[in-house]
Design a protein around this ligand. Structure first.
Ligand code: GTP
Ligand code: MG
Length: 201
């Protein structure tokens, strides 16, 4: 699938103010600065559709983007950045928790992980929480351009080892670089497959 049309719809902090249209929705979540907004821009072939910054904490709201007039991509605030207050660092802001629990249109979450980093408790805990709440998810490794190509496989298998303690089967994963514009096709095709299977229902 290619993204021919992408449009910002609305930002808010209240799940009941999210768009009413009953189209499939996919949300990007993960640590602040991991590259959620940049990935949305890469997938949509745009530079400034989602706001990005080298400083963590740029995205502060639930942002809906309408893709190909058929489905929503959602950019969420990150978690776990150093300047956040202690409670903010440990817990998710309530409106994000609410979003995941109440948003019926959400088909799948994508947890973004910086490929350079060792598995972090905050991400593993969040995945467990998604599982407990029966929210489907996949993993997207980001910033693959920051390491050598042969290191990519090593990092991914280290991460999968950590996931094996909690997950069988292991979650689906994607490897991306927004900088080098890598990895959008498998991700968009996966979303398209799900959309098509929903259309057939
Ligand atoms: P918050 O909104 O603060 O939660 O951050 P975010 O996850 O949306 O990250 P954002 O897309 O704003 O990117 C954070 C920084 O990482 C920016 O300086 C981006 O240019 C950089 N970045 C994002 N993706 C990549 C990537 O694939 N490769 C490299 N080298 N840098 C990246
Ligand atoms: Mg962002």
């Amino acid at each position: 699938m290619k993204v021919a049309h992408a449009k910002f719809v609305v930002s808010n902090t209240k799940v009941d103010q999210c768009p009413k249209s009953k189209i499939p929705e996919y949300a990007f979540i993960g640590r602040s600065n991991v590259g959620k907004s940049s990935l949305i821009n890469m997938l949509c072939n745009q530079k400034k559709l989602a706001k990005t910054s080298s400083k963590p904490g740029k995205t502060q709201l639930i942002n809906h983007f309408l893709i190909n007039k058929k489905w929503h991509l959602v950019d969420l605030p990150g978690y776990g950045y150093a300047r956040a207050s202690k409670t903010e660092k440990k817990t998710f802001q309530k409106f994000i928790v609410d979003y995941f629990i109440k948003r019926k249109e959400l088909v799948s979450a994508f947890l973004l992980i910086d490929i350079r980093h060792k598995p972090q408790p905050i991400d593993l805990d969040f995945l467990r929480w998604l599982g407990e709440n029966l929210i489907p998810f996949s993993i997207i490794f980001t910033k693959a351009d920051k390491i050598k190509e042969k290191e990519i496989e090593i990092k991914v298998s280290e991460y999968l080892d950590a996931l094996m303690k909690d997950w069988d089967p292991l979650p689906k994963y994607f490897i991306t670089s927004s900088e080098k514009r890598l990895g959008s096709e498998p991700l968009l095709n996966y979303i398209q497959e799900i959309n098509q299977s929903i259309e057939k229902l």
